[in-house]
Design a protein around this ligand. Structure first.
Ligand SMILES: *[C@@H]1O[C@H](CO)[C@@H](O)[C@H](O)[C@H]1NC(C)=O
Length: 576
């Protein structure tokens, strides 16, 4: 069938005209398939099996069939076109030695990655048959439907499952089917088989002798307690005001974590009293996100992330971006919203994550591909590596295989581990290791082969020697002072390390933009080329899984990556 005829049939369907339109159909010989099997006529009645799980993942309890009237937000990720060409271009523009370094791509330039329009239209036509008006944007279809409709769309049985670890209830299925004519187009269906309730809550303590905020003066060093001023001294972070108001650092918030302005005010008045006018953050919402300001709604993670970014970027623009979709789907929708912007933030700091195995490889790849696109747009995506050492997001007693975390394991993010002390040592909690989903990217070949050599046969068989190694870098992550619900408390976690590192990147960008240059964008090829810009951390380890964990060593290691930031050397390396 010609393309024109195909389009006409689609239009007819869109207009709600029955397929049995009075088109003269030539008589068919007996062996010819029935009309619905004629190539090009969409047959939405045939299904092929999609991905499936053999059993309910550990730590989840099946609470039975989901109520059919419950509304779920659906995201369907479509297979992108020309992606390999794009990745080659990304590595070229991220290579500091290339003439094309920093030549970031526009939103329009990335449109070549979108699936063929015909296929998108076919998917929209299928959804129309269920009276669904889906939104299409950059390779994703999104819509809200009842569980009842979802059951029919994917011939699947959706259940409610509760995580025994986080207590979150999620609606998922163990398998689903996809309409045959769309099977090649649909890469991921969410909610589907990903049992991916978000992990990562920084550990809090009532801060014994929390001098900093009570005595109204920051401690002179990071030894007893970390504050923005001790980080400025430790890493050489400048104190002079940021000058580029359009330079945005975006801080996502999930899990009903809300960033409180009063807590921020209290924090700044004690830790950065000279920062006048006293800066704050702007807010942005997606998928039902919000940011209520009643003091008891404040969240530790949201307060930590906003206090350390606002406290370090010296009046630069920090944005708190809240989503109520507490799963990888929430990350995907958020990333897609950044990609749709003409001027996306130049840095994103994510302190939420998953054990990699909680997420299916297809879904992990789908989000990772968005991070690659963000890198190409000039966005540095900074991610906490997790707080469970070699055990993943949280420490574990028994794990024959070490547990990598995601999105830290995505090769297109910069994963940040944690250190402790003035003479910095790798922090026990600092997650690190090797991905089981993503192969080792070229940019870290030399660094990681060196580390594998130093490991020798240690833990052989417990990690994937060919996987993407993480973290890439590190920053302080223990005894971090924050203000929370009007009190000074202390928190531990790579949840702190990520916003600290992200702030350093935002300040380098401030200088680049002041000189009319481009922001750093996808960082990793550059930082592995310029290892000397970091303070190499060679002591400490990340115990879990009944082991001492990986050792920090001279050079790259899976506890502290390349090391912690040295602002002066970083700035000199980019020439600002
Ligand atoms: C689905 O509903 C949520 C609120 O419950 C809303 O934020 C979101 O934008 C809706 N999604 C679509 C695609 O309409």
């Amino acid at each position: 069938m010609t393309r024109l005829a195909f389009t006409l049939i689609l239009l007819a369907l869109l207009a709600g005209i029955a397929l049995a339109a009075p088109q003269p159909i030539p008589p068919l010989p007996p062996s010819t398939p029935a009309p619905t099997d004629v190539p090009g006529v969409p047959d939405f009645t045939k299904f092929v099996p999609g991905p499936k799980l053999d059993s309910i993942p550990p730590n989840y309890v099946d609470l039975g069939v989901a109520p059919r009237s419950t509304v779920v937000s659906v995201t369907i990720g479509l297979k992108l076109s020309n992606f390999d060409n794009f990745l080659a271009q990304l590595s070229d523009i991220s290579d500091f030695q290339s003439l094309n370094y920093g030549k970031h791509l526009s939103a329009e330039a990335l449109a070549v990655l979108e699936p063929p329009k015909q296929q998108i239209d076919l998917a929209l036509t299928w959804l129309k048959t269920f009276s669904i008006d889906a939104t299409y944007s950059r390779g994703y279809l999104t819509f809200n439907v009842t569980v009842d409709v979802m059951t029919k769309l994917f011939q699947a049985e959706y259940h409610v499952y509760r995580s025994a670890i986080t207590n979150q209830e999620i609606i998922r299925t163990l398998s689903y089917n996809v309409v045959s004519v769309l099977a090649d187009l649909f890469e991921v269906v969410l909610p589907g088989i990903d049992f991916d309730d978000i992990d990562h809550h920084p550990k809090t303590s009532p801060a014994p002798g929390l001098q900093a905020l009570h005595k109204r003066q920051a401690p002179p060093s990071c030894n007893s307690q970390v504050t923005p001023s001790c980080l400025q001294d430790l890493y050489g972070i400048p104190k002079d005001p940021a000058r580029q108001p359009q330079n945005t650092l975006s801080v996502p918030g999930f899990l009903n974590e809300y960033a409180n302005s009063q807590d921020l005010n209290f924090f700044l008045s004690n830790t950065r009293p000279n920062l006048i006018p006293r800066p704050s953050f702007s807010t942005k919402f997606i998928d039902g996100g919000k940011n209520p300001q009643e003091p008891n709604t404040a969240g530790v993670e949201a307060n930590l992330d906003t206090q350390y970014t606002v406290g370090l970027v010296n009046g630069g623009h920090v944005e708190f971006y809240s989503s109520a979709l507490n799963s990888l789907q929430g990350f995907i929708n958020m990333a897609n919203s950044w990609l749709a912007m003409d001027s996306p933030p130049s840095v994103v700091s994510i302190s939420y994550g998953f054990d990699e195995k909680q997420v299916s490889p297809a879904t992990a790849r789908n989000l990772c591909n968005q991070f690659a696109q963000l890198g190409a747009r000039g966005v540095s995506v900074i991610v906490a590596s997790g707080d469970g050492g070699v055990g993943g997001g949280r420490p574990k007693d028994t794990c024959p295989q070490f547990v990598p975390t995601f999105p830290a394991s995505c090769p297109y993010v910069t994963a940040v581990g944690a250190t402790v002390g003035m003479t910095e040592t790798g922090a026990d909690l600092s997650s690190g290791g090797f991905s089981n989903y993503f192969p080792r990217p070229t940019y870290q070949n030399a660094a990681v082969t060196g580390y594998l050599g130093r490991l020798g046969s240690m833990y052989q068989g417990r990690y994937n020697t060919n996987g993407r190694a993480f973290p890439d870098v590190a920053a302080q992550g223990v005894n971090i002072a924050i203000a929370h619900k009007g009190q000074a408390i202390s928190v531990d976690g790579t949840s702190a390390s990520a916003p600290i590192f992200a702030s350093v990147v935002a300040l380098i960008n401030d200088r680049l933009l002041a000189k009319g240059r481009k922001p750093l964008g996808f960082l990793n090829p550059f930082i592995y080329q310029k290892q000397g810009i970091f303070n190499d951390i060679s002591t400490g380890s990340n115990p879990s899984c009944g082991t001492k964990g990986f050792p920090a060593t001279q050079g790259y290691d899976c506890v502290t990556g390349l090391g912690t930031p040295n602002f002066g050397r970083f700035a000199a390396a980019v020439g600002v």
